[in-house]
Ligand binder design. Structure first.
Ligand code: NCD
Length: 327
């Protein structure tokens, strides 16, 4: 188990170092082994309190963090804005302070505005509260745990016993779809390029604005067509079309989008024969990916992503929670 970890909060992957990625992968691999045992629980975070504070809807991320915390024997609390004092005018900082006063050690925060998890972490530090904060998705900014579970899923396929980032060097990964609105894409760009993969972003121009072209470099290519992105790709990551974040009409129709950018088995013929497809979920079946491809175990890693998510989130809670001696 990794003990050399200095990061208090996990808010962004922008400044993550290769050794930190490997620490997450290695720790997650140990927890994957724990999760395959008959007793899928370790006492690592016994006595600690993990609070999930989701100001935005979520199915898999919240449940995954909650289960990860329970598998580490932490106590869990859930906050939902609809049934909370936020509707009575309480501020987000006051909500966080309330949970700290109740004994929260780790807060897992999702919010529709970029920067809220960072702001809570800064406020907790200002107050001298030893609370750790994990960003579970902030606006269109970042979603570190999703990118880390994507990384673990891919690296485990390349080297099951010892998933490590160097195994990704020189692999081609296409990220296709609503990149404009995607915090998943932003976090994945950091992790995959840090791993030495060649990342190709593809979307219609309205969903991949020219600013992204400025990010392009040796490891990052940007294009407005699907075919060059798919050509000889080792992995294809497709993103949900985020209808709730589309203020303007950025697309003529969903049918047309599927015709131009929807992933199908036929289109994957441009890729490497061993190509695998990832999707963070939730999926719009028949829009960004055909229903048939989504359910095809020869290509789709979607279920593995969900399974990996629990082990990776256990690793993140363990690393920032300072747990020791759990295997
Ligand atoms: C993503 C999110 O919420 O950013 N989903 C997830 O966490 N698994 C992607 C999305 O909503 O499309």
């Amino acid at each position: 188990m990794v003990t050399d970890w200095n990061r208090l909060h996990i808010l962004s992957l922008a400044d993550f170092q290769p050794a930190e990625y490997d620490a997450v992968l290695q720790t997650a691999a140990s927890f994957r082994d724990v999760l395959s045992r008959q007793v899928k629980k370790v006492p690592t975070l016994q006595g600690q309190v993990v609070t999930t504070m989701f100001f935005e809807p979520s199915t898999r991320t919240r449940s995954s963090f909650e289960l990860a915390a329970k598998r580490l024997s932490a106590d869990t609390m859930n906050f939902s804005p609809g049934t909370s004092s936020l509707s009575k005018g309480e501020t987000i900082f006051d909500t966080a302070k309330t949970y700290w006063a109740m004994g929260s050690d780790i807060m897992v925060v999702r919010h529709g505005e970029a920067g809220v998890p960072h702001a809570i972490a800064a406020e907790m530090e200002r107050l001298g509260a030893p609370v750790r904060v994990l960003n579970a998705g902030d606006g269109q900014h970042e979603h570190p745990s999703q990118a880390l579970l994507d990384l673990f899923t891919i690296c485990s396929l390349l080297d099951e016993d010892r998933p490590h980032i160097a195994s990704l060097a020189g692999k081609k990964i296409a990220i296709v779809g609503d990149i404009l609105h995607s915090r998943v894409a932003r976090s994945n760009i950091w992790s995959l390029t840090a791993a030495g993969a060649d990342v190709y972003l593809a979307a219609p121009p309205t969903l991949l604005p020219p600013e992204f072209a400025h990010l392009a470099g040796d490891r990052l290519l940007v294009g407005w067509q699907l075919e060059p992105a798919l050509e000889k790709a080792d992995f294809v990551m497709t993103l949900r079309l985020q209808k709730e974040r589309m203020e303007q009409h950025l697309l003529p129709s969903l049918r047309e989008y599927h015709q131009q950018f929807g992933l199908t088995r036929e289109r994957l013929q441009l890729c490497q024969p061993h190509v695998k497809v990832l999707h963070p979920g939730p999926v719009n079946r028949g829009v960004e990916i055909s229903s048939e491809l989504m359910d095809d175990p020869d290509f789709s890693l979607i279920s593995q992503q969900v399974t990996s998510g629990v082990a990776v989130r256990m690793a993140l809670l363990y690393l920032i929670g300072g747990g020791k001696g759990n295997s």
